[in-house]
Each structure stands twice: as C-alpha cells, then as structure tokens.
Design a protein around this ligand. Structure first.
Ligand SMILES: NC(=O)c1ccc[n+]([C@@H]2O[C@H](COP(=O)([O-])OP(=O)(O)OC[C@H]3O[C@@H](n4cnc5c(N)ncnc54)[C@H](OP(=O)(O)O)[C@@H]3O)[C@@H](O)[C@H]2O)c1
Length: 328
C-alpha cells in the first residue's frame, strides 16, 4: 500500500508519498481500501504542528471506500461493503485516510446508501455531520431565526446555507469574493456580505433592522470573532467552531454581559458522534438527505491522492469553494 507520511511538522511538502506494509486489522477493526479522502482544515493544523499527532503518521480523518479485510469479532460489515468514516478514534493501527488503505474500528464505519457514490460520501461525512450538530443540537435553528454563516462558500458554509434554509431560518452569509457570493446564494443564502470589503457587523445590523442575528456560526476565528459577538441579538449565541484565520485571543466573560447576555460555545464534532447511536443518527440523516437530493454536496476541487500537498495549498490559500477531495 501507499500512504502519506509526516515525520515532522511543516509546510505541505512534509507529506511524503511512501510505500508501507499493508496493516492487518486488529480485533473489532476493518481494513478499508480508500476510494476518496476528504481534506479538512484540521489536517492542515495537524500537519503544521498546531495540533499534535503521533509522528511519523498519516494524515486524514475522513474517507470512503470498500471493506477489504475483517479483524477478529467483526460482524457488522462484510468484505466488499461500501463504507465511510469521519474519524478513526480507537484504531490500534496509526494511519489516516491519505492512503490507499487504512484500518478503521468497525464501530466508526457507516454503510453508504446505494444512491450515494463513494466520492460524495467521503466529501460529506465530516462537514455534513458537523453542520447537523451545529444546526440541530448546538443552536437548534427553526423558522423565525436569523443566522450568520461565515465563509459561506466553503465546504462547511455551503452545507450550512442549505441546512439553515431547510430548518426554515433566514441565512446571512459572509464570503471573500463576488464569485463565492454567487455560490453561497445558489446554496440558499438570503443575503451575502463581502466581509473583505464591507464591515460585516454593520451590514448584519442593517440587514436585521438593528436587531442582530440569533446565532453566528463562525469557523474563521481570529479575524471575525469580535464582530461576530457584535452582530448578535440580545441573548444570541456565538458558535465558534473553527479558526481558519488563526486562534482567538482570550476573552473577559464580562464582554458577554455588556453585549447583551450572550452565549459563547466552542464545540467539536468528536463530542457529537462519540457513541455509535449518535454517529448512526447524524450520518444516517446526512446520507439520506444526500440520497434524496435534499442536500447537495459541492466538491469544488478534486486532486489525485498523491497530490495532497496541492490540495492543502489550495485550502490554506483560500482558493477553494465547497469540499476539497483526494481520489484514489
Ligand atoms: N468544530 C468542528 O466540529 C469542525 C468541523 C469542521 C470544520 N471545522 C473548522 O472549520 C474551519 C473551516 O474548515 P473546513 O475544512 O470546513 O474548510 P472550509 O469550510 O472550506 O473553510 C475554508 C474557508 O475559510 C475562509 N477563510 C477565512 N479566513 C481564512 C484564512 N485566513 N485562511 C484560509 N481560509 C480562510 C475562506 O473563505 P472566504 O475566502 O470566503 O473567506 C476559505 O475558503 C476550520 O477551522 C476547521 O477546523 C470545525
């Protein structure tokens, strides 16, 4: 098999395409032949050393493919099944999805419905389940709510625009370019603000007749955080779920009082799919919406697996819309 190996943190070229022995699945584990791997910002943070990973190691937390071999005591899947995953928590063999093969605990795998191809499944698992928990659990959106979605043409953003509309809310998006604004509108955003040219806080107030929004879904972090708080209605919630522009500075809780009894949370996917039941519920909803055509997955950039470094450069360089995918 081949896999990317990172021996030390650094720029995209620290990922080296390497021939390795094919791992044997341990008890409760499955060997998956990867057809497509999702590229996520967390892979960039891990590669750079902003978050730690065991080294040498293979990046990639998301993928889809075919079951090639079963470890002892696996009964939930069979050889040849089409499966997808969005984390490999508990796997005994180190190694992620930027590889031709990887080992995944059977209880982290979900079956791909027959209407959904493996590339689409790999593209939607992580961001789709994230959009699901953000809009159904963290701040359950409903008709009458107004939400602000940052980076609305990104992989997360295009899903949040669609899901926000599906929940009956009004969606205001922010993006960096006119081309991205068009994509966000096609995904359902009612209004789009060019946050690189306009003051999005003032614009959000204007669009909501001074009231502000009920919730901000903020994946950008450092450059948006303060104005995100300033865009909220009284008792609104800032859901800070990422930091593509860098980490946010420490906050005095008194600010939440002064700005209107605000709520602040910093959630992450692993805590929302920790149990098998919750994983199956969220993945089941997302994949069935995709199967029924109720949720469109926009793959904005596809790279051959061996060109992962170019995929990272595109994502970090703010050059992509929708999902970035590696295909075997
Ligand atoms: N907490 C969770 O459960 C969870 C789950 C998924 C993702 N995330 C986080 O969400 C963030 C987005 O990740 P993603 O993989 O899903 O990608 P993504 O949604 O495609 O986001 C990338 C977009 O972020 C925007 N951005 C703003 N400032 C940026 C900067 N300085 N550098 C690069 N991009 C910038 C760009 O859009 P514009 O050009 O329009 O500004 C860019 O296209 C990451 O921080 C990621 O870790 C968190």
């Amino acid at each position: 098999m081949h896999a990317f190996q990172i021996k030390h943190p650094g720029d995209p070229d620290v990922m080296q395409w390497t021939e390795l022995p094919t791992p044997s699945p341990g008890r409760g584990e499955v060997l998956v032949r990867i057809e497509a791997a999702g590229v996520n910002f967390i892979d960039v943070y891990l590669r750079k050393g902003a978050y730690s990973m065991p080294l040498p190691g293979t990046p990639g937390g998301e993928g889809a493919g075919v079951v090639e071999a079963l470890g002892p005591e696996v009964t939930s899947v069979r050889q040849g099944d089409r499966v997808a995953f969005a984390d490999r928590a508990g796997a005994t063999t180190p190694g992620g999805s930027y590889a031709t093969h990887t080992v995944v605990p059977a209880d982290r795998l979900v079956a791909i419905p027959k209407e959904v191809d493996a590339h689409t499944a790999a593209a939607v698992m992580l961001q789709g389940m994230t959009a699901h928990y953000l809009m159904l659990s963290t701040f359950p959106l409903r008709s009458g709510h107004v939400c602000l979605v940052h980076a609305a043409a990104g992989g997360m953003g295009l899903l949040l625009c669609q899901l926000g509309k599906k929940r009956g809310a009004r969606v205001i998006g922010t993006v960096s370019t006119a081309e991205k604004a068009e994509k966000a509108k096609q995904a359902g955003a009612d209004d789009v603000i060019l946050y690189t040219e306009q003051d999005f806080e003032a614009e959000t107030r204007r669009l909501t007749a001074g009231r502000g929004v009920d919730v901000v879904y903020d994946s950008v972090g450092k450059t948006t955080f303060d104005k995100s708080l300033g865009s909220l209605a009284r008792r609104g919630m800032l859901v800070l779920y990422g930091q593509s522009s860098g980490p946010v500075a420490p906050l005095d809780p008194q600010v939440l009082n002064a700005k209107g009894s605000l709520f602040l949370t910093r959630p992450t996917l692993v805590h929302h799919v920790a149990s098998r039941a919750e994983l199956l519920e969220r993945a089941g909803d997302v994949l069935s919406w995709v199967a029924k055509g109720e949720l469109k997955v926009h793959v904005g950039a596809t790279f051959p697996l061996a060109r992962a470094a170019d995929a990272h450069r595109a994502l970090e360089g703010r050059l992509t819309t929708g999902k970035v995918l590696l295909v075997a």
